[in-house]
Design a protein around this ligand. Structure first.
Ligand code: 1CP
Length: 340
């Protein structure tokens, strides 16, 4: 089957379809027992990301169960800082920990080792070959701002105010870091497309903590540069942006970055989302907390979303990743509804 039969790609070609294509952020993960089994048989989380046949296996698990329209390669946004030598590790139950890169000297010491990312591309090639012809394969990367948050802070945070403070005190350092990340993310996405990704998504999970001016400089400009470079080489590969919690700035983001699709979080009103559909494909936005808590309320809200957005180019997704305690039965019921 050629790419024309993939429901996700049809949405980007603005072809009308009966039911919307769908996939879920973090569709591979701890809510699935088969994921936990593979995870338990593998050393660390990064070992799972860098073992191609295992990464490919967990990528395909949710499709075997729920028949989503697309697989997203199992990896993490922090593989890019890892390949830069930022000392990424995942402490059990604690989330990511990195060696902070918070000044020009530490920035100058980074070295981009692309060979460390070869297993990610191999996992994409294996998955491409195993995937049914009507399913799309999604590659992804973290956006420069979100990656810079983790690199400068060295761990997660509630609002990354100290990263913003460092950017204010030493703008030259911070812009150089963003520029480096822009180059590395672009390369990483291009390599994923060459390895078989049909679509790529750029995750800017922390874009919601910025002022309007910072948002333009740290989110919009680097993302626009990435999109322009991808489009020059791969004009037909759709790029989805996810500037999470961007609020009224979603519009500017869509217009100025020239992404093909915009993934919206659950705080975005459906009326506003409809307006975004004049600019690009909209993806979203069921609340993952709702999905975890109530099957009935999930189905009612999914209906509202599809009724509001389904008659224009639309991809059903969540507003953020599936939570680990989500009952499988809720996900199954949602998928059954979406398949009609
Ligand atoms: O074994 C485990 O359960 C570890 C948890 C886990 C998983 C399943 C991490 C650690 N990463 C992943 C996979 C992952 N991460 C995917 C896989 C593909 C899929 O969607 O199925 C994707 C797309 C990501 C992207 C990612 N990683 C983001 C962007 C999306 C988001 O959630 O906002 C971010 C911010 C990360 C960093 C990260 N990696 C892992 C964790 C727990 C975190 C978040 C840390 C924090 O709270 O700040």
């Amino acid at each position: 089957m050629d790419s024309s039969s993939k429901a996700l790609l049809k949405a980007f070609r603005k072809e009308r379809q009966g039911n919307p294509p769908f996939w879920f952020m973090r569709q591979a993960g701890r809510y699935l027992p088969e994921y936990k089994q593979v995870r338990a048989s593998t050393g660390g989380f990064l070992d799972l990301c860098y073992t191609p046949h295992k990464a490919s296996e967990v990528t395909l698990q949710p499709l075997d169960r729920f028949d989503m329209s697309a697989a997203i390669i199992f990896s993490d946004i922090l593989v890019v800082p890892h390949a830069l030598g930022a000392g990424v590790r995942f402490a059990e139950g604690e989330g990511p920990i990195l060696v902070p890169v918070d000044n020009a000297e530490k920035l100058a010491a980074l070295q981009w080792n692309t060979h460390l990312l070869e297993p990610v591309y191999e996992a994409l090639r294996i998955t491409r070959n195993a995937l049914p012809g009507d399913k799309a394969l999604i590659g992804f990367a973290g956006a420069p701002w979100t990656l810079a948050c983790y690199m400068v802070q060295g761990k997660s945070d509630k609002d990354f105010a100290s990263v913003r403070a460092i950017a204010m005190k030493d703008p030259a350092f911070f812009i150089n870091l963003l520029n480096l990340l822009t180059r590395c993310v672009t390369q990483h996405l291009k390599a994923q497309i060459r390895a078989g990704a049909d679509v790529v998504q750029i995750f800017d999970s922390w874009s919601g903590v910025l002022s309007a001016e910072e948002f333009d400089a740290y989110v919009v400009q680097p993302t626009a540069a990435i999109v322009a470079s991808l489009k020059a080489e791969f004009p037909h590969v759709p790029v989805i942006g996810f500037p999470r919690l961007a609020g009224v700035k979603y519009w500017d983001y869509a217009v100025k970055t020239k992404v093909d699709g915009i993934s919206i979080d659950a705080s975005v009103p459906l009326e506003y989302a409809k307006q975004l559909q004049d600019v690009c494909v909209v993806q979203g936005n069921l609340d993952p907390v709702l999905l975890a808590e109530s099957k009935q309320a999930t189905l009612a809200q999914a209906k509202r979303i599809v009724n509001a957005l389904g008659d224009k180019s639309f991809v059903f997704n969540l507003g953020h990743g599936i939570l680990p305690h989500t009952p499988i039965e809720h996900v199954a019921a949602l998928c059954a509804f979406l398949k009609g």
